[in-house]
Design a protein around this ligand. Sequence first.
Ligand SMILES: Nc1nc2c(c(=O)[nH]1)N=C([C@H](O)[C@H](O)COP(=O)(O)OP(=O)(O)OP(=O)(O)O)CN2
Length: 136
Amino acid sequence: MVYLTRVEHFNAAHKLYNPAWSREENELVFGKCANEHCHGHNYELYVTVKGKPDSGTGFVMDVKKLSTLIKEHVTDQLDHRNLNVDVPFMEGKLTSTENLAMAIWQQLAPQLPQSVQLHCIKLYETPRIYVEYFGE
Ligand SMILES: Nc1nc2c(c(=O)[nH]1)N=C([C@H](O)[C@H](O)COP(=O)(O)OP(=O)(O)OP(=O)(O)O)CN2
């Protein structure tokens, strides 16, 4: 099995805010990340698929096609958006890096060719904070 990774990026705004809680509770739990006017991140997205290289191309899959799928189904919907209000696939979800990584998996997995499997969504929220999701 060979693992192939494509890196993409997007910029987005969000706030960490649980609507079931009061503003005070949100500020207690999430601190400055609960600021009602939101804040922004330069997200770095690592998408890893796994499969066997094709005998004709030597590719697990064409990484340019993987990039196009990521852009079409994920990053075009996130880039320069507010994750709390603009993104249908994040509706009703808290916009933590964990939840965003899982939602990206749900968006992308059904779009991949049958010859590969999605292995990992690795999402950097900042250079010091990242999540890895393996689909379970
Ligand atoms: N488990 C999680 N914890 C936190 C998340 C998250 O998604 N999952 N997110 C945040 C905030 O979104 C916050 O904005 C993080 O940014 P920041 O404080 O700037 O992060 P850094 O630690 O990289 O910055 P420093 O300047 O080093 O503090 C918080 N927690």
